[in-house]
Design a protein around this ligand. Structure first.
Ligand code: GDP
Ligand code: IMO
Ligand code: MG
Length: 429
């Protein structure tokens, strides 16, 4: 019996939400382990569309959900999302949602700083979601953070708050911003504390108890391996580790508790925000991919950059992310293309590379080497079995498996929950 970790194998937005929601039917618990409300996970169930940023995607099915310690938590974003989902008929209570009492908080000045830095960076900006994710992780690692458990002791924050505000006041002064209003901050925290604390628990205990009772745990990653702080396209990355190892550190379950690692990859590539993207298509084909795939950011509404499938990058993600099998999504977006291309290597200063180099300048310079395949005119949209797929689409999937050296376990053919083909059950491994 395996637990399953779902991680993005590209630059995010691969369809993790859809796949987690689908797999949640087989899981006893769904757990987020990193990132924050920079994520935007879309679930389509019949007529209903749910967009989740902080809440684990199992919540829509009513599968008990946990926000693990590796997540940076904006209390006001949590409240707004719980209310939004409530208005869509998804009731969320301490029975169905647990928040780790060790989650560091994202506070209003983190969001300010994220925006101030982006605005000051001009062309060099990262294109963050401006949610305060980076600054909040900096404070966690800098041992200055206020955590969920501190909300129960707001009157004793004294020296801890001194350290935090001293650090931020200096940064704010550099941007010409006024110092933090401590009393106003404390008042806001007092206001929200009860709400957050109603969900707070030592989540590691709950998870380890569930594990010892043989419960199936589904770990839900946010972002993707190419946005990982260590393994991604640094500095154009997010501020957490997005690889499967974080499913352990970000929840308090040992690494042996994470079994099958399901990497989610689109049948092509997208990226939102700045940074290198070797197979990016700034032509009609790229526009067509974006239009067919409705490639607009879930969180910020920004247009996503589009390009062909990059097998070099996904092979690298599979290796560093410890991916056991791939869920290939959005194959239907390629329906009707006369020809489809896959990047199989790079050319850099006259040399051929079979990996993505580390240096940002090299990453920006590499030229993709493509393999072209005939496309398919038939529709894959809504296919629910392998037998419904056109022969040429199957060849495309098989070629991707070969190039990335990883089998396809699931195939997704539309946004709708049930339009999913199971090739190999991750929970059965
Ligand atoms: P996530 O961040 O990885 O959860 O992905 P997003 O939800 O940000 O973006 C994926 C988008 O593609 C969403 O709008 C999904 O509804 C949609 N989607 C997911 N799987 C498929 C698929 O197989 N085909 C199509 N056409 N759309 C899909
Ligand atoms: P999901 O979970 C796509 C990108 C931002 C930016 C960089 C840093 O929906 O796949 P941050 O706000 O994290 O400091 O921004 O990371 N980014 C994402 N791109 N999908 C996401 O999440 C993302 N979360 C962050 O666009 O380039
Ligand atoms: Mg997304």
């Amino acid at each position: 019996m395996a637990n399953v970790a779902v991680i993005g194998a590209q630059w995010g937005d691969e369809g993790k939400g859809k796949i987690v929601d689908w797999l949640a039917e087989r899981a006893d618990m769904v757990v987020r382990f990193q990132g924050g409300h920079n994520a935007g996970h879309t679930l389509v169930v019949g007529e209903n569309v749910y967009k989740l940023s902080l809440l684990p995607s199992g919540i829509v099915r009513g599968t008990p959900s946990v926000i693990g310690n590796g997540v940076v938590l904006d209390p006001w974003a949590l409240k707004a999302e719980v209310e939004k989902l409530g208005a869509q008929g998804v009731a969320i209570s301490p029975e169905t949602l647990v928040v780790a009492d060790t989650c560091p908080l994202i506070l209003p000045f983190h969001r300010d700083l994220d925006g101030l830095r982006e605005d000051a960076s001009g062309a060099g900006k990262i294109g963050t979601t401006r949610r305060g994710i980076g600054p909040a992780y900096e404070d966690k690692v800098g041992r200055r953070a206020i955590r969920v458990c501190d909300l129960a002791h707001l009157d004793d924050l004294g020296p801890q708050l001194d350290r935090l505000t001293a650090h931020h006041d200096a940064l704010r002064a550099g941007f010409g911003e006024p110092p933090i209003d401590r009393e106003a901050l404390l008042a806001e925290l007092r206001d929200i504390a009860g709400f957050v604390l109603s969900f707070a628990q030592p989540a590691w205990r709950l998870l380890n108890e569930a594990r010892s009772r043989g419960r199936r745990i589904l770990f839900e990653g946010a972002q993707g391996v190419l946005l990982d702080i260590d393994h991604g396209t640094y500095p154009f990355v997010t501020s957490s580790n997005t690889v499967s190892g974080t499913a352990s550190a970000g929840t308090g379950i040992g690494p042996s508790g994470v079994g099958f690692v399901l990497g989610i990859a689109k049948a092509y590539t997208t990226r939102v925000g700045s940074g290198p993207f070797p197979t990016e298509l700034e032509d009609e084909t790229g526009t067509r991919l974006g239009e067919r795939g409705h490639e607009f950011g879930t969180v910020t509404g920004r247009k996503r950059r589009c390009g062909w499938f990059d097998a070099v990058l996904v092979r690298q993600s599979a290796a560093v992310g410890g991916i056991t099998g791939i869920a290939l999504t959005k194959i239907d977006v390629l329906d009707g293309f006369e020809e489809v291309k896959i990047c199989t290597g790079y050319r850099l200063r006259g040399e051929t590379l079979d990996y993505f180099p580390a240096h940002a300048a090299d990453q920006a310079l590499v030229e993709p080497v493509y393999e072209a395949m005939p496309g398919w005119s038939e529709s894959t949209a809504g296919a629910r079995s392998w037998a419904e797929l056109p022969a040429q689409a199957i060849k495309y999937v098989r070629r991707i498996e070969e190039l990335i050296r990883c089998p396809v376990a699931l195939l997704s053919t539309s946004p709708e929950r049930e339009d999913t083909i199971l090739v190999r059950d991750p929970f059965a491994d």
